[in-house]
Design a protein around this ligand. Structure first.
Ligand code: TMP
Length: 236
């Protein structure tokens, strides 16, 4: 796997081709951005935490019957994944109001929602990932109705699993973002990552934030929060 050919560099990960056309190598970076790249920085050890936490959770989800792109962890920061064509949507799952939902609806952060909320954003940095609904998705042909039923079903099942697993380590899952992809035969599988970059984790007792909001909001203690989540989930 030497002289790897870079296929794509994102804000937090690099993606390389491998000898197998069906598989890619994802390399997690310590680079951090927020507000669509306007804020830039680095979180020491983030690449390793996000890689290992994502792989740990994806393996657990596979055991729950959720197909994922995970193939094999290669190192602290590198993982082999199945090559997919990404459904160009950010799927956001919310249990408690925070972030952009709190802003949009004027809800204090921490307000419980009476039921889980699913939101979709069209993945387009130039447009700032605008929120869209199922009608837009069907009208633009980004995913079929059947694919969206699968995606919503998986997102809610992933939420149930993550909420109960995190409860066991005294963490509330406030909200999170998922991305899905299609295998060549059309099967929908979970892709991207599940990490403190893409989830809001609050300590259940103190409500302390243990996620990227500490970076977004200049709260300090960013590295410590990532390590704390790692310790609670993987004991390492
Ligand atoms: P939001 O409240 O800013 O819309 O974020 C909702 C969730 O989605 C939160 O857990 C952070 C995550 N998220 C990403 O993973 N990537 C993004 O680009 C944004 C804006 C949010």
């Amino acid at each position: 796997m030497d002289a790897r050919e870079l296929l794509y560099e994102g804000k937090a990960k690099k993606v390389y081709k491998t000898d197998d056309p069906q598989q890619l190598l994802v390399s997690y970076k310590d680079d951090a951005t927020a507000f669509n790249g306007l804020k830039k920085g680095s979180i020491q050890g983030k690449g390793s935490v996000n890689n290992r936490m994502t792989n740990f959770l994806m393996q657990k989800l596979e055991q729950q019957g959720i197909p994922t792109h995970f193939v094999r962890q290669l190192s602290d920061t590198d993982t082999l994944v199945k090559r997919v064509s990404i459904v160009p949507l950010e799927v956001i799952v919310r249990n408690i109001a925070a972030g952009s939902l709190s802003k949009r609806l004027g809800l204090p952060e921490g307000t419980p929602l009476q039921q889980t909320v699913l939101e979709y954003c069209y993945k387009d940095d130039a447009l700032g990932d605008p929120m869209v609904n199922e009608y837009h998705i069907a009208a633009m042909g980004w995913a079929s109705d059947e694919e969206m039923r699968t995606i919503a079903d998986y997102a809610l099942r992933i939420n149930d699993f993550l909420c109960s697993h995190l409860k066991g380590v005294n963490v509330d899952l406030i909200d999170f973002k998922l991305e899905f992809g299609r295998l060549p035969d059309g099967t929908i599988i979970l892709a991207d990552e599940i990490s403190p970059d893409t989830c809001r984790f609050w300590d259940s007792t103190t409500h302390e934030k243990l996620d990227k909001d500490r970076f977004r909001r200049d709260m300090g203690g960013v590295e410590g929060a990532y390590q704390e989540m790692m310790k609670r989930l993987l004991g390492a």
